[in-house]
Design a protein. Structure first.
Length: 518
């Protein structure tokens, strides 16, 4: 188990590396004292509005279509409590602890920028719940990604109030008991505080960041496996020549070509067919890997930039500008940037799986790969990888449907007051299914290309790729005849997802970072 380290969050300046540490659950968090003065100044503006007679949205009015309803001063706290209770309407499985850690901290960091008008205790409670390892029980479905992620953030807030539930060691328990056990006082809401807590894009952003961080080892594994397939099919490394990619100028493509050059460097298999090979050009699934996977990498890098910006954003409404003693209504809660970033990530995840499926199809086609049919020495009696490829094809096809952009599917809500929404929460949530599908496709490809290498022995691949081959063979022997393959697929997929292949990739010297530092 990792020992937590203390991290002082700087509101508005969270980095991807810090978000990754929060996601992993290896940090305890604190707020710099310098942030507290602006938090107090902002809250004083709200308090003056609550004490005054002028209508101010969310302070002394109803919400959404009910904004024209005035609320008496005696009922302002009840207004906020009713808001949280009425908006806690989510359904489905609870959000994972990694996602909840990001939600708690991003909400705290957003409020701590001092434009939301909440008291310090609200932010301190969010951080205390995080630091105690408590996980609010938040159903995963019920947000359209505009007016904020209202339902999931309401469930999170309900737990802070001592209502609702928490997950403790994976068990669902009453929130009040969990707070008491951790020595945390249940939060009591002041003017505007319920609204500030549930307005915002922290759920959709946390889901998208969870996908980005979950996909990182899968993408690195895809690079290793794709390179091993090049050698198994005795493909050329000529298409990875840096001069080709410099002429196009696409940064992801340039970097992916370099990754492949380093992964294949020193391969005896490659050297064995430099002369006398009558194949002029390899199939696209081999030689266009920099162009395809590089474009995916660019898309994911763009997504990372958008998500880090959003993690640092102030996205509730209305916003408080203490220096002008003003509260201004706007629409920063609309999660369109997250929706479009998640849709772009979906396309990239699907394409990484799609080209991997094509590489499997190429390997089992003896007319293209020049390996035994279906990668079995006694084809006919044995079917080899015939139906494993069918599984990969099914998963790749499923990803095509899941990659349909969610952001174009707006559906008006709140009696047409909220007449255009982003669907960002689903756009980000569906990425986990797509990642799982792509990881399984890559697991099948790993089995197939490792089997292909067996037919080329005693020749050796590069040092890095032999490490990947040996890692698989520690638990899964070569397939001399048909056997029960499903357990092998699951084990190979675990190597794709758990970072085992990533460590081989990351040990290569001098490679550009997968993600741009943001």
């Amino acid at each position: 188990m990792n020992t937590p380290i203390t991290l002082r969050i700087d509101p508005g300046h969270l980095t991807l590396e810090q978000l990754q540490a929060i996601h992993a659950g290896v940090v305890q968090l604190s707020l710099p004292e310098a942030s507290r003065a602006i938090i107090r100044a902002s809250q004083q503006v709200v308090q003056r509005a609550a004490d005054g007679d002028a209508p101010v949205y969310g302070v002394n009015t109803g919400f959404g279509k009910l904004a024209n309803q005035r609320i008496s001063k005696a009922q302002l706290e009840t207004l906020q409590l009713n808001l949280i209770r009425s908006h806690s309407v989510g359904v489905g499985e609870p959000l994972a602890p990694e996602i909840m850690r990001l939600m708690l901290v991003m909400k705290a960091a957003s409020l701590a920028r001092g434009y939301s008008g909440v008291r310090e205790v609200v932010i301190d409670t969010l951080l205390a719940v995080h630091n105690a390892g408590l996980v609010p029980y938040v159903p995963s479905k019920g947000s359209v990604g505009a007016s904020g992620d209202l339902a999931p953030l309401a469930h999170m807030t309900l737990a802070l109030l001592g209502e609702g539930d928490m997950l403790v060691d994976g068990q669902r328990v009453p929130a009040l008991a969990a707070l008491q056990q951790a020595g945390i006082a249940p939060l009591k809401l002041g003017a505007k505080e319920g609204l500030a807590l549930i307005n915002g894009t922290q759920t959709s952003t946390a889901l998208a960041l969870h996908a980005l961080l979950s996909f990182e080892p899968v993408l690195e594994a895809a690079l290793v496996i794709g390179a091993l397939t090049v050698d198994a099919a005795r493909g050329s490394d000529g298409p990875f020549d840096p001069r080709i990619h410099a002429l196009r100028g696409q940064p992801g493509q340039i970097d992916v070509a370099q990754y492949y050059r380093e992964l294949l460097k020193g391969s005896e298999i490659r050297n064995s067919h430099l002369d006398g090979d009558d194949r002029v050009q390899d199939p696209y699934s081999l030689r266009c890997q920099p162009q395809v996977v590089g474009a995916c990498l660019d898309q994911l890098r763009h997504g990372a930039l958008v998500l880090v910006r959003e993690a640092n954003a102030v996205t509730d409404n209305p916003l408080v500008f203490a220096e002008d003693n003003a509260m201004v209504s706007g629409g920063n809660f609309h999660a369109e940037p997250v929706a479009l970033a998640a849709d772009g990530m979906a396309l990239a995840i699907a394409e990484v799986g799609a080209i991997a499926e094509r590489r499997i199809a190429m390997l089992i086609d003896s007319g293209v790969s020049r390996l035994p049919p279906f990668l079995t020495a006694d084809a006919g009696l044995n079917s080899g990888f015939m139906i494993a490829h069918v599984t990969a094809a099914a998963l790749a096809s499923e990803n095509k449907s899941l990659a349909h952009p969610a952001s174009v599917d707006s559906l008006p809500t709140s009696a047409n007051q909220e007449d255009h929404v982003s669907m960002a929460t689903f756009a980000a949530r569906r990425l986990q299914t797509m990642i799982a599908n792509t990881a399984h496709i890559l697991g099948i490809e790993l089995l197939a290309c490792a089997q292909g290498i067996e037919f080329l022995r005693p020749m050796q691949s590069s040092n890095a790729l032999e490490q990947a081959h040996a890692l698989l063979r520690q638990h899964i022997p070569a397939m001399d005849q048909d056997r029960y393959l499903a357990p092998d697929i699951e084990h190979a997929t675990t190597l794709v997802r758990n970072g085992s292949l990533s460590r081989i990739f990351r040990a290569l010297p001098g490679l550009p970072l997968l993600w741009i530092t943001v």
